[in-house]
Design a protein. Sequence first.
Lengths: 894, 69
Amino acid sequence: MEFVEKVQNDYRHHIAGRDEILAMKAKHKVLASYSYEPTVIDKGYNSRSLYISVGGSFDTSGQDPLTSQVRGDSGVVIGEKAVTELMKEKFVGGKGFDLYHLWRAVGDSTKWNAPENEIVISPGPLCGITQYPGSGKSLVVAISPVTGLPFDSNVGGYFGPFFKFAGFDALELQGIAEEGIVIYIDGNNHTVSVETAPDEAVDSHILCEQLHEMYAENDADKENISVIATGRAAEHSYVGCLNFSFWDKRRNCARIKQAGRGGIGTVFRHKNIKAVVVRYKGVHGDLNNPSKKGLINAAGVRLHTEMATLDTKQNNMRKIGTANIIEVMDAYDLLPTHNYRYGAHPETPKIASKVFIEKYVTQNVPDGCWFGCSMSCAKAADNFELRTGAYKGSKVCVDGPEYENAGGLGSNVGCFDPHWILEANFYCDTYGVDTISHGTMTAFAQECYQRGLFNLDDTEGLDMRWGNGFTLNELMHQMVAGDGFGVIVGKGVRQQKRIFAERFGKPSPEFESVLGGRAWQSVDEPVTDKPIPTAFFNKKLTDCEFLKSEGYDDEKILGEIKGTMLENGGANNDSAFIAAPARWEKIEGIPTISREEIAAWPSGKPYYSDDPDCAYTNGRPWVKMTPEQVAEMEDFGMENKGLEYSEYLMKESLAQQGGYALCNKGPQHDEAWLIFMDMVNNQIPTFEDKAEALHYFPMFRTWFGLLGLCKLPWNDVTPVNNKYEKEPAKIPEHVQNYFDIYEGVTGFKHNEASMVVQSERVYTFQRIFILRMGSGQRIHDKPPRRSLGPITVSEYESRAERYDKQMKETIGIDPAGKSVEEKVSITMDYRWDQFRQLVDAVYKRRGWTPNGIPKLEKLIEIEMALPELVEVIRPHLKAEGYWPTGSEYAKYDA
Amino acid sequence: MTGQTIMLNNRVYPYTEGLTITSLLAENRYGFSHIIAKINGKVIEDELWPDAKVSAGDNVELIHVFGGG
Ligand code: SF4
């Protein structure tokens, strides 16, 4: 119990006592309540799913019928649907079930904020095992605000297993509630209720505590509760995350794991759902009613033994989790730095895993995010005192840092201060912001600012230079307030590009006179590429003389600040801005145009408009950027399909460039991480080799998402004998473990081929789904230029020896006597051609046309030629000349 | 420099006198904790790396086993 004494997380003053919590609960109005029959899980399946419409009207005619239901107040519907044999055979569970339901719920043009958009959550048939590490995952799917496409995200915490043991294989959440609600699923009493929740908090670290307290019978029962929540920033940002809780009885607090990517938290808030709560008491290892328990136990023992004997020699997952690779990525030039310009930085030792282990992350605690996970990587920093924001001064438990947080909130934004990284990690989680997107979208805005594409007037005083940990956090406080430059940043890189292009241009000289005498601060030169000392951000600053007196001598920034007034405009933060230019009054004579007119409006001519997707404005007239500036942003805005890149530098690995850009949901590395195989090991030298890897690994990784498994135990510990394997990168012993536990639960024997086909069905389905929603063609798989190589002189020069060598030996051109600009151009032309050839090879291997459309023959081969899928691909195949002609295909042409 | 070479991870690499697995790892700054070393297809156990001599013309593989987050 010594450990408990050491943990003094001190934010209880934000959480009401038990009496007040019960008073909060007493204010709930039950809008609908549903009782269901208990089931016994059979070989991993309940064979039914739970459907809830939280309100509103929309077309449900395309959905599977409800087998029973209740209709309550405010349009709330709770009911059940059957999980059919077809669903199990072709979609398996998890992400497969999610996509199956989402396909039927939405139309071809459904937007993320339409009531028919669904959040679907499914745990998968293997989820809930306690004998094998990493078996408690849920998969979450919705139409994403950032991509406009079906998006899947994988998350730990206890919700998935509890929900499954409560009696369901999937949860569909549709509609929009009239007011803030909580959904409560009581897995022991077999009831589901939808209740108004007027007084509960929204931010996750508070709300989860409130709801664990509210729905637990006593303190010991808190462990039987799990909550899904998001936070207030998800209301104004497009990159809202979902938090899935579990009760940490050693710390005596709620911990959270994130379904981070894709903005599903934004959808959740838009639906006015404060939380989904499940309670299930009575967990034990056999609740899946497995077919062959011995196989599961034996596989579990093998992996637990490896963890006990090998982890300290290998990845140290139990000490620091995924953050163990921060310094590894830096050493191999893979740690994204300054918006993916570089892969390493001299200050990385300041944020190395050792620093977090020694200074922040509590050690010797079994931090599993589901029972039985001996990998225990869900680390936390306790007693962490916040410097900014709504909870300034509180000592909190930070769930992290994960590697991605250190990369995204650290090196990629040039911040090498572990405190600011952890502070941003905390606020991302509790406010409901995806840490990865926050890092990448902040880095993009920082680079725009430092290139001089906009200035302090546009950011309302926020200094966007590398390394500004204060700004990194302040952007989130502004997202919560729905006011300030942070609201624009919070829309993600794709929207930032549009908004900057529409608003932040510079007026042409002939239009300067129409500004009513107000000066248009402008940046002609890039500002100094130098971190600003964060100590200067405080409200004592009244003008730039203060900075000078502190020895700060950056003329550029001082010039910008000079003459602007300091004021406290920073959301809920009392030291938000170094300077806050006064907002603009409307200027007579500048026209207000409609959104449709913007496209044809000339650059440099001020105008007013509105933006339903980003209402925030500082009142200044808008000016369109020049086409050259717009093109410039395209080169280094690190998004594809609307999703921000995750935190690995991919420039030197062609396979990983493909792994990112060809990912169905956008550039997240959970489909493929091939950098070592490709760049370092050189195991996949040809296009065909890379294409094979870009087939096998995405299929293998898709499989985890079908079953409810965590990927980390697959490769974050490696068996001793792996070195003797023919294909060590696959870690065949662990793959066999998965086949064993699959057989153990379902009774079905798998091998590599049958596993790949099982995944291919869902993977291909998702590709056709995104095609149906207007993406899924070759043009949509095009990456930003920076992902392929050095696009600036400084990037090239930083690794000139490497690039010159490549030019000479690989491209066959002598770099001698060429300017750096010429060399950048030659290198990038070559790399675009390589990427083109890679895409050809991957599409071919996946059974797709050169335009990226799955062929009919492929659907037939994997037994997925379902009429609704054929209907989507048919016009594309015909237009491209790939519709097959034999008589056996005639029946598909109806 | 002798002008002689080895193959390292399928790429031509200069051979120098006294080359071992350990020195190759150091030269290439391969500090990752989980690397499989092979000389001419034969696995070299970790504890033998300092003495595992590499000869000119050898095919050396230093395979990093890591599949990403
Ligand atoms: S390996 Fe880590 S993320 Fe995966 S289940 Fe275990 S604790 Fe959770």
